[in-house]
Design a protein around this ligand. Structure first.
Ligand SMILES: *Cc1c(COP(=O)(O)O)cnc(C)c1O
Length: 433
């Protein structure tokens, strides 16, 4: 399969190059050259398939031309050895729980898949010192760092905004050591993302080093996020609830929802999507006004969605040939400020007993506000509430039990390198290590 750049000014490349490079040389994002519709037989059986089985079929449609079936199956099964259950929360509203992986957030899925695919390609090329640069607003860093921990030939540099991630999130990538280095940037997530992007486009760095990205701009992280949309529909189909399905997705960099839009092109039986935002509501405004007005992100209690210039917006535009009208047919937007998010978490807990995290809360409420009587809603619960312990405990006034695998991270010693948001400093660091 060939991958093209959303900017259309770079040559098409194969999967290996798209994965190793991350970003296209014209600053565009790689898109699959064709999006294959899955056969009816797949949809007939999807309710009886495990998450791993569904993921293998969808992975085959994306990567089957480029990777031998047995290898691909090995990568899928090794990366995704956990379930993504669909739980009923409210009348016609279901939670797709994506937090059962090792770092308790949905980014484990893309992060772990990508680590294994990149590891496979690097081994094949006989390369040794590949540097993975990743900017994180909280959860990407932990999922990617843990996904790559101990993968030979690869060193990961996690850039995160100082003081803007939760303590648990920080522990998950600053305590690992080995081939993982955490860099604490005096700035915002957008500054971190800008440093990473600039590094990829810097001639000198690219001549001297092999750099790649693990942000959702990388197709190996982006595409696997389509897997669970199919599995969720399968779960609902099993209980006869799969009519007029609406997916509500808590959005930051828009990788997750865009993978859902791709799944729809592959035949996913979904009616429409809702993009749920916090106060960083750039996309909601775009839907309303037709103007895309990126700006610095503001800090909220749903911090993994604090993105002021969503990287995957380019992919959304590309999928719909830049037609606002077409985009509006498939996606609507809702956004909530911190005060509302607090109230949503509290009310849902009191009414249903289900504890939302601040991100999933936005997506849940968007369904409460927007679901039509003939529709069934699934919101993506993207992280375990214990990852935002203080916030959620303050809201509900209840103590949360922290899962063991999360507690284990908190025992390590924080190791990180502090840096300004100036590119020259980051560049010097990369050249000297
Ligand atoms: C990253 C993240 C999001 C946003 O996902 P995007 O793919 O960047 O839109 C939402 N919720 C949580 C918990 C996250 O970690």
């Amino acid at each position: 399969m060939k991958y093209y750049s959303t900017n259309g000014k770079a040559p098409e490349v194969g999967l290996q190059e798209a994965v190793v490079k991350g970003l296209a040389p014209d600053k565009g994002l790689y898109m699959p050259g064709k999006i294959e519709e899955l056969p009816q037989s797949f949809f007939d059986n999807i309710g009886d398939m495990s998450f791993q089985e569904t993921a293998c079929t969808v992975a085959g449609a994306f990567f089957g031309e480029d990777i031998e079936a047995a290898t691909l199956k090995g990568i899928v099964c090794d990366a995704l050895g956990f379930d993504v259950p669909v739980i009923q929360v409210d009348d016609r509203i279901y939670s797709l729980e994506l937090f059962h992986g090792p770092t308790l957030a949905f980014k484990d899925i893309g992060g772990r898949f990508m680590a294994r695919l990149l590891g496979y390609f690097i081994k094949k090329q006989g390369r040794k010192d590949v540097k993975v640069l990743v900017a994180t607003s909280g959860d990407t860093g932990s999922a990617v760092a843990n996904g790559f921990l101990g993968v030979e030939g690869i060193h990961v540099y996690v850039l995160y905004p100082k003081g803007k991630v939760s303590r648990i999130q920080e522990c998950q990538f600053t305590t690992l050591g080995r081939n993982i280095t955490a860099i604490e940037i005096d700035g915002t997530f957008d500054d971190c993302q800008a440093l990473v992007k600039t590094a990829f486009l810097d001639d000198e760095l690219n001549k001297k080093l092999v750099l790649t990205s693990a942000n959702s701009i990388n197709v190996a992280r982006f595409l696997p996020q389509a897997f669970y949309y199919f599995h969720a529909c399968g779960q609902l189909a099993k209980s006869g609830k799969a009519k007029n399905v609406v997916f509500s997705v808590p959005c930051g960099n828009f990788g997750n929802i865009t993978a859902g839009l791709i799944a729809k092109r592959m035949g996913l039986p979904v009616k429409r999507f809702i993009a749920a935002n916090n106060r960083n509501s750039i996309f909601c405004e775009y839907l309303q006004t037709g103007k895309y007005d990126p700006r610095p992100s503001v800090q909220t209690i749903a911090n993994a969605m604090d993105v002021g210039d969503p990287g995957n917006f380019a992919r959304v535009l590309d999928l719909y040939n830049k037609s606002l009208e077409e985009i509006r047919k498939d996606i609507s937007g809702k956004y909530y400020d911190d005060e509302s998010i607090g109230k949503i978490v509290k009310d849902a807990y009191n009414k249903t007993g289900y504890l939302l995290d601040p991100h999933g809360a936005c997506a849940y409420q968007a369904l409460k506000d927007d679901l039509h009587p003939d529709e069934t809603g699934i919101f993506l619960e993207t992280a375990h509430p214990a990852k935002f312990l203080e916030t959620v405990e303050n809201i509900t006034g209840k103590r949360i039990t922290v899962p063991d695998r999360l507690q284990a991270f908190m025992k390590g010693k924080k190791q990180s390198i502090g840096m300004s948001k100036e590119f020259v400093e980051f560049k010097r660091f990369l050249l000297e290590i």
